[in-house]
Design a protein around this ligand. Structure first.
Ligand code: 5RP
Length: 232
């Protein structure tokens, strides 16, 4: 087991204490949440606590169902009590970059439909300022090159020095999200005002959603390489 997995497993284990009887629970996407799903299945918590669960991606649904968990549709469940998800970066104000696993759109819809969103992550994801991790922006496939150019122009206007980006690929072809969109990853370095930035990006025509999550997460549970957990 590498160090990062120890970090992630510790955070996932700690988050079990937030699960309560009868909860409607959103399951995020990624390796850290996969640990949580495996723990829920191993401990049979879905039965014991009578959890109703909604997933944020086809990959999460596949894993959960393969372990005997039932995944319900968000539209039939309605408002959720809690969503537990991972993150690619978090700052001390609990702003996040998400979407490294390509699931940011469903993740944001599910988190926005939850009374509480908690992030489980490795401590290595903690940053002073977001932006070292490339920012994923989900855009519609039609005219993607034009939308990419529009975003580059926006970032230039917002005084970013270097605006490198690339369309996310799977082999030779563009990676296609669960909602049949594309993702552009922007290498920005420093995002000083995440909320404003999120709003500006999401205003652009052709953009479906960006990977900044500001004002959604109320707690980050970060595990470190010695299996210690810190709460932010
Ligand atoms: C997927 C995500 C993930 O939560 C993020 O990439 C973190 O993943 P991991 O737990 O594998 O580090 O945003 O879209």
């Amino acid at each position: 087991m590498d160090e990062q997995e120890t970090d992630k497993i510790s955070a996932a284990k700690f988050s079990l204490k937030y699960l309560q009887k009868g909860m409607k629970l959103g399951l995020g996407t990624g390796a850290t949440v996969n640990h949580l799903i495996k723990l829920i299945a191993q401990k049979s918590l879905h039965h014991e606590l009578n959890l109703t669960m909604v997933s944020t991606s086809s990959q999460t649904r596949r894993l959960a169902e393969s372990l005997g968990l039932t995944i319900s549709e968000l539209d039939s469940v309605g408002q959720l009590d809690l969503t537990i998800d991972g993150a690619d970066e978090f700052d001390l104000d609990r702003n996040l970059i998400k979407g490294g696993g390509g699931a940011l759109l469903q993740e944001k819809i599910v988190a926005s439909s939850s009374d509480s969103m908690k992030v489980i992550a490795s401590m290595t994801k903690k940053v002073d300022l977001l932006g070292q991790f490339p920012l994923p922006v989900e855009i519609v496939a039609f005219g993607w090159n034009t939308t990419q150019k529009r975003l580059k122009d926006l970032f230039k206007e917002m005084q970013f020095d270097t605006i490198e980006c690339q369309i996310r690929r799977q082999g030779q072809s563009p990676f296609v999200t669960d909602e049949s969109n594309y993702i552009i990853d922007f290498y920005l370095g420093r995002i000083a005002a995440p909320k404003l930035f999120e709003e500006e990006i999401n205003k652009q025509v052709g953009v479906v959603e960006c990977g900044i999550f500001s004002g959604l997460c109320d707690e980050v549970i970060a595990g470190d390489s010695r299996a210690q957990v810190s709460i932010f």
